[in-house]
Design a protein around this ligand. Structure first.
Ligand code: ATP
Ligand code: MG
Length: 422
């Protein structure tokens, strides 16, 4: 009977191997038999034979090649790439124990490099990973169609909770929406992106600032700290006795590489950075402006909305009022605040001391610590709105998006005028 046809597998053999010595070939045969693969597909010979054989036949799904007899493994691997059909997962083995070679091989598309003598357990594990890779493509295919979603979170004043919103947003995108997400914390000296996720920030961001020319896909892969399978963070606690020496090129480059490597990017963008490096906003789809309801915040919300209107007219703007107290305790009422900024507040996150403290104690984003809490519900709405902008379903979310404030209303002036004069 015919085996059921699986999409994408075509008529390819599941496995083929080219081994230079009998011991490796025997190990390969034993493990291949365990996995139900035909042992005849384990051939004697190294990389050269693999290249010869594949130039005249279909590539298998998983290919094992022995580099032991190869004088210039990198060059030979490139020759293999020319004859190998796309989609084949290649596992190499060799005697050279050199991390640089390993990195170069991985960079040229090899899935794994095993040090000889090849132990059966080592081989089983590598083949298991290769199978997992082959079974995963549906998920990747489903996501590649969506455009990248870049979001910047900007606080109108210090301490309004911009970083809290940024980490929660990134967490919700990765955990609830299952999108591969990068959190880029551009508060280089005082950032809390890593701290909030209970991680060490590492040297990645500082290295990037010092050597912007080093930033590429591989750098991103190594420098970013993983918070979970779908969430990675780039954050720093740069020494505070050193001023930031950058023209902003590194930040721009980082955003570009993250766009290629992730489905979503959330940038924690301090207002001072915006002033210093205005170009950072140029490729951002949604700006989440986080504010509190105070007079000073009203003034700066007006200024930031106006700045966004002139510097990033293409960027959708969402206003979030965070740490919102009960009406009686507010410095400015919601109505007056909305009147002064000449637009609606889109999302209101209540002041929730208990949840904020719990999140800090657990080392988790607020959205994770309070999964079903009323405080988190508006953040969930925010994520849906932001992603709908990314997916170009503008009508579906972000109420009032794009209607950023003008020069500031006379209401702010009248609020200021209400202050008693000396
Ligand atoms: N909705 C909330 N209710 C209560 N506390 C909150 C809320 N949101 C944030 N906080 C708390 O407010 C404090 C400041 O938050 P956060 O660091 O996110 O602000 P920020 O705007 O990023 O500050 P900075 O200007 O230093 O970057 C933190 O202690 C945080 O736990
Ligand atoms: Mg912050």
């Amino acid at each position: 009977m015919n085996a059921p046809w699986k999409p994408g597998t075509g008529l390819r053999e599941p496995f083929a191997a080219f081994a230079c010595d009998d011991t490796t070939a025997d190990t390969l045969r034993a493990v291949a038999a365990e996995l139900g693969w035909t042992v005849e597909k384990v051939h004697k010979g190294g990389l050269r034979n693999a290249v010869q054989s594949l130039s005249v036949s279909a590539s298998p799904q998983i290919l094992f090649v022995d580099l032991a007899e190869s004088g210039d493994p990198l060059n030979d691997i490139n020759a293999l790439a020319e004859v190998c059909e796309p989609g084949t997962v290649v596992i190499a083995a060799g005697q050279v124990n050199d991390v640089r070679l390993y990195r170069d091989l991985v960079a040229s598309g090899i899935q794994d490099y095993l040090l000889k003598p090849v132990h059966p357990d080592m081989l089983r594990e590598a083949l298991g990973h290769a199978q997992a890779m082959l079974n995963a493509p549906k998920a990747t295919e489903a996501v590649v169609d969506r455009p990248h979603c870049s979001t910047a979170v900007i606080g109108t004043r210090g301490g309004v909770g911009a970083s809290t919103v940024a980490t929660s947003l990134a967490w919700l995108m990765s955990d609830k929406e299952k999108r591969a997400t990068a959190l880029l914390d551009l508060d280089v000296h005082f950032g809390t992106g890593a701290l909030a996720l209970d991680l060490e920030p590492g040297r990645g961001l500082t290295d990037a600032i010092e050597n912007p020319s080093r930033i590429d896909g591989l750098f991103i892969e190594r420098a970013m700290v993983k918070a979970s399978e779908k969430l990675a963070v780039l954050s720093a606690e740069a020494p505070i006795n050193q001023p930031l020496m950058t023209d902003g090129a590194a930040f721009y480059q980082l955003q570009e590489e993250m766009r290629a490597a992730f489905e979503c990017t959330v940038v924690d963008l301090p207002r001072a950075m915006l002033v210093q490096h205005p170009h950072l906003i140029s490729d951002i789809q949604t700006a989440v402006v986080v504010t509190e309801l105070t007079l000073a915040a009203a003034r700066d919300t007006i200024r930031i909305l106006s700045w966004l209107k002139s510097n990033a007219p293409q960027t959708q703007v969402t206003v979030v009022a965070n740490r919102m107290h009960a009406a009686g305790q507010l410095e400015i009422s919601r109505k007056d605040f909305e009147g002064s900024i000449e637009r609606k507040i889109d999302h209101v996150v209540p002041f929730d001391q208990k949840l904020a403290a719990q999140a800090a104690k657990l080392g988790k984003p607020m959205a994770e610590a309070g999964k079903n809490s009323k405080t988190v519900a508006p953040l969930l709405d925010l994520v849906k709105g932001v992603l709908s902008v990314g997916d170009e379903a503008l009508d579906a979310g972000v109420p009032g998006a794009g209607k950023s404030g003008g020069k500031g209303s006379s209401l702010l002036a009248s609020l200021l005028a209400k202050r008693p004069r000396k």
